[in-house]
Design a protein around this ligand. Structure first.
Ligand code: UD1
Ligand code: UDP
Length: 383
């Protein structure tokens, strides 16, 4: 008898991190894998599904332009309830900390369906940062009977809370798909050339700063500061800035207004995952508020400055390849300039490290789901 596992996800980062696990489940005779995408993201989700050749069994298409969190959450719960009723899964899997994850967990909990949480135990311990994600991941863990903690330290953070589920340390699935992403690009010069040809304006002889930024807690003043800092850096002229701008209108509006006409700044649409991984490879330095990029860039040996005051991913900070710079204009300009002006400091900062996984996370999760034995992931930073 196979276990019917319903995976529910809806945003770009969830899709990137669930894709290797879904492939592993599809290949396992012990699991009957069913995929429901909520469509919390529309275009950005489709890009990932296409790349990983995932054809969802259910697509709820809940996204509306400039959606509110409550509007989104209520549409999610209503439509997910119908899917749960028709699929009747033995277990639901959700990922991370999005509104899709918390709404799907609640919908499953109301139907007494066991919940597995992939990427459990990330915490800043501050409900305001990242907002609302810190709340989403905490409530999912409260409802889960199986928590897949990516690292030993995320397991320790779960141990601080009163939770009823079992915790296993698996590594992060984002490190699982090397053949699909960095290694595929490295081994295929024609692919590399075609990805580079999509961004012909990048000057390969000058340092390049890759920027991503979209966090809700930075809307308003935070984004004004970030844009002002990027304007200052563009004016200095020592670095070319490439910024794939998130489709959220609360991000696109201010970024376009402030930086759209700046020389040295290239604002582009979000890239598909292969294109973005290639851009990370080409970058001298990455400035971001993204969670996923904090995990991927150290594995590529790239230095990362994080535009946040706290992070739920302390491992790469401890390893010395990620630094927190906050969202103050002067602090961002100072930190970026110091690294752009001093290639040796950049080299010191940019060693390759992989504290988040060893490529086996999906295999461990499937073993846990099917009751097979496995060794937990031991981070290279442990001890
Ligand atoms: C969401 C997640 C955040 C995650 C991020 C990844 C929540 C509360 N937030 O934030 O944790 O880090 O996704 O990107 O779940 N839009 C499009 N097309 C798309 C995607 C977005 O047009 O493919 C626009 C729409 O107008 C949409 C808006 O962006 O209403 C905001 O999307 P939403 O998912 O609500 O918030 P994010 O900021 O993306
Ligand atoms: N990413 C992408 N295209 C882009 C920008 C980012 O494919 O133009 C990928 C990135 O490699 C990472 C994920 O999207 O895996 C991060 O998504 P995001 O920053 O939206 O969310 P977060 O990680 O903060 O939840």
């Amino acid at each position: 008898m196979s276990t019917k596992v319903l995976s529910i996800f809806g945003t770009r980062p969830e899709a990137i991190k669930m894709a290797p696990l879904i492939k592993q489940m599809e290949a396992d005779a012990g699991i009957d894998s069913v995929v429901c995408v909520t469509g919390q993201h529309q275009q950005m989700l489709d890009q990932v599904l296409e790349l990983f050749a995932i054809e969802p069994d259910h697509n709820l298409a809940v996204m509306t332009a400039n959606q509110t969190l409550n509007g989104l959450a209520s549409r999610l719960i209503a439509s997910l309830d119908e899917v749960l009723a028709s699929v009747q899964p033995d277990r639901v899997l959700v990922h991370g900390d999005t509104t899709t994850a918390s709404a799907a967990a609640l919908a499953a909990f109301h139907r007494r369906i066991p919940i597995g949480h992939v990427e459990a135990g990330l915490r800043t311990r501050d409900l305001a940062q990242p907002w609302p994600e810190e709340m989403n991941r905490r409530v999912v863990d409260v409802m889960s009977d199986l928590m897949f903690a990516p690292t030993p330290s995320s397991k320790e953070r779960l141990a601080e809370e009163t939770l009823q589920g079992r915790v296993v340390v698996t590594g992060n699935t984002v490190i699982d798909a090397p053949n699909l992403t960095p290694a595929r690009i490295d081994s295929d010069p024609a692919l590399r050339a075609s990805l580079d040809a999509r961004l012909p304006f990048i000057d390969g002889t000058r340092p390049m700063l890759l920027v991503t930024g979209h966090r809700r807690e930075s809307f308003g003043t935070g984004f004004a500061n970030i844009c002002a800092a990027l304007g200052d850096l563009a004016e200095l002229g020592t670095v070319q800035i490439v910024y794939p701008v998130h489709l959220n209108p609360n991000v696109r509006g201010p970024v376009q207004a402030s930086l759209g006409a700046r020389r040295n700044v290239h604002l582009i649409d979000p890239l598909d995952y292969l294109g973005f991984v290639r851009l990370m490879q080409r970058a001298s330095l990455i400035l971001t508020d993204s969670g996923g990029v904090q995990e991927e860039a150290p594995a590529l040996g790239k230095p990362v400055l994080v535009m946040r005051d706290v992070t739920e991913r302390p491992e790469a900070v401890a390893a010395g390849t990620v630094r927190l710079v906050g969202t103050q204009r002067e602090a961002i300009v100072r930190a970026v300039s110091a690294l752009v002006d001093d290639p040796r400091e950049r080299e010191r900062f940019a060693h390759r490290v992989n504290p988040y996984g060893d490529g086996e996370a999906s295999r461990r999760i499937v073993a846990a789901l099917t009751g097979r034995p496995f060794d937990e992931f031991a981070s290279e930073l442990a001890g």
